[in-house]
Design a protein around this ligand. Structure first.
Ligand code: S3P
Length: 436
């Protein structure tokens, strides 16, 4: 599907609640599937990625009932497999485009006496799985795959607890190992080079699984075996989806927008720190929390004179999904903006480092990489072009936003990729005053 985005004739105004957090929706469904009893989950994102996780736990034996689906938020009840464990389906489980589904499921299945094959779409089939199968193998599970990518067959069993030093700061790796640790005998510890998003550490205790942490050493641990127990979870709005609405408000002259009910977990919102350094008109107002997760409102106004900044490597894990949209904003800042330590972008839903450079260059901006550093020159006049989503939701939304400031409309091909995380993105932009 093509999307054509044009410079709006009037400011963007209004209030909006973005859809449920993708990371928390995956985790809520998975942890509830592992648990004994029935969990009630509300605010769950209804998107292709989360549907992949729901489909997977269903075929593995969890009973998932969608009770309500108002406005792309699912209210679901999940009766988990608990102490009887998952049942292996006869056919492979298709994880679609979802790296979180595939990697977390490998951790969940590693500790059970089952053999299950996971597959994915063309993009997911290129993404590295050894970063997860390596530590799980060391714990005692075995894996078959060609070249370390999907399809992967996991053969689970008795696990031994390990101390794992991860080379990458990745919440998916950390979570997969901790979920296997739930079934292992002893203390399973994961240490990371920098702090990645900590939703798993905050959510597992709600399911009766204590998680130890050392915030200075960037480590987390579970003492297994422990049986998760059902609970009720409210999923807040996704800060990564909110980032696109915030960027729209920053870009369009005269705009004033309010985004409500957004998750404000500090390991997810480093993009707000970067925007502050860029002199963007963004204000955060905390409100009641959703369980252990902080929640609040983001107010944003048009920011006509953005400044360039340096995004340091230690910040990247807490804004890894926001680099494309921040790079677009950087084209409108005065001076060059550097994103250091951005190498992980190469192994996302697309090679986002290459895609951002190519896309920004096609738009008439100037961007290049020096090793793992992305450099975006500012003060660019963007032109109207056609850009491909490359099947990547965050690129599709970034290029749609480019059309809000380009001289002529920007066409985004493959725009349906947004269904992975923010299916009503285009409708929300229109509701705020954009044409499209
Ligand atoms: C996610 C972690 C991040 C992020 C992805 C979701 C998660 O990936 O890019 O969109 O839910 O744990 P990595 O953990 O691989 O950095």
């Amino acid at each position: 599907m093509d999307y054509v985005s044009a410079r709006p004739v009037a400011p963007l105004t209004g209030e909006i609640a973005v859809p449920g957090d993708k990371s928390l929706s995956h985790r809520s469904v998975l942890f509830a599937a592992m648990a004994q009893g029935t969990s009630r989950l509300t605010g769950v994102l209804d998107s292709n990625d989360v549907r992949s996780t729901i489909g997977a736990v269903r075929v593995l034996g969890a009973d998932v009932r969608v009770e309500e689906a108002p406005d792309e938020a699912l209210a679901i009840s999940v009766t988990g497999w608990g102490d009887t464990g998952p049942v292996a389906p006869d056919t492979p489980i298709d994880c679609g485009n979802s790296g979180t589904t595939a990697r977390l499921l490998l951790g969940v299945l590693a500790g059970w006496d089952v053999e299950v094959t996971l597959t994915g779409d063309a993009s997911l089939s290129k993404r590295p799985m050894e970063r997860v199968t390596g530590p799980l193998d060391a714990m005692g599970a075995s894996f078959q795959s060609t070249g370390g990518t999907l399809p992967v067959t996991v053969r689970g069993g008795e696990l031994t607890a390990i101390e794992y030093e991860s080379r990458v700061a990745s919440a998916q790796v950390k979570t997969a190992v901790l979920l296997a640790g739930v079934r292992a005998h002893g203390r399973t510890v994961v240490r990371e080079p920098a702090r990645s998003r900590d939703h798993t550490e905050l959510l597992l205790p709600a399911f009766g699984v204590p998680v130890g942490r050392d915030l200075i050493a960037h480590s987390a641990w579970v003492d297994g075996p422990v049986l998760p127990t059902a609970t009720d979870i409210v999923v807040p709005g996704d800060p990564s989806s909110a980032a696109f609405i915030v960027a729209a408000g920053i870009l369009v002259p005269g705009s004033h927008l309010t985004v409500t009910g957004v998750g404000l977990n500090p390991t997810r919102i480093a993009f707000l720190d970067v925007l502050e350094r860029m002199d963007a008109d963004v204000r955060v107002q905390p409100s009641a929390s959703a369980g252990a997760e902080p929640v609040g409102t983001i107010h944003v106004g048009y920011s006509g004179s953005l400044r360039s900044t340096v995004v340091h490597a230690e910040e990247v894990p807490a804004l890894v999904d926001e680099v494309p949209v921040l790079a677009l904003l950087a084209t409108q800042a005065e001076g060059p903006t550097r994103f250091e330590g951005a190498g992980e972008l190469r192994v996302k839903e697309s090679d986002r480092l290459a895609a951002v450079i190519e896309g920004l260059t096609a738009l008439g901006a100037s961007a290049h990489a020096e090793g793992d550093t992305l450099i975006v020159e500012g003060s660019a006049d963007l032109r109207g072009v056609t850009l491909a989503s490359r099947g990547d939701h965050r690129l599709a939304m970034t290029w749609a936003l480019a059309g809000l400031v380009s001289a002529f409309p920007v066409t985004v091909t493959g725009f349906e990729a947004v269904d992975v995380s923010y299916p009503r993105f285009a409708a929300d932009l229109v509701a705020l005053g954009a044409t499209g």
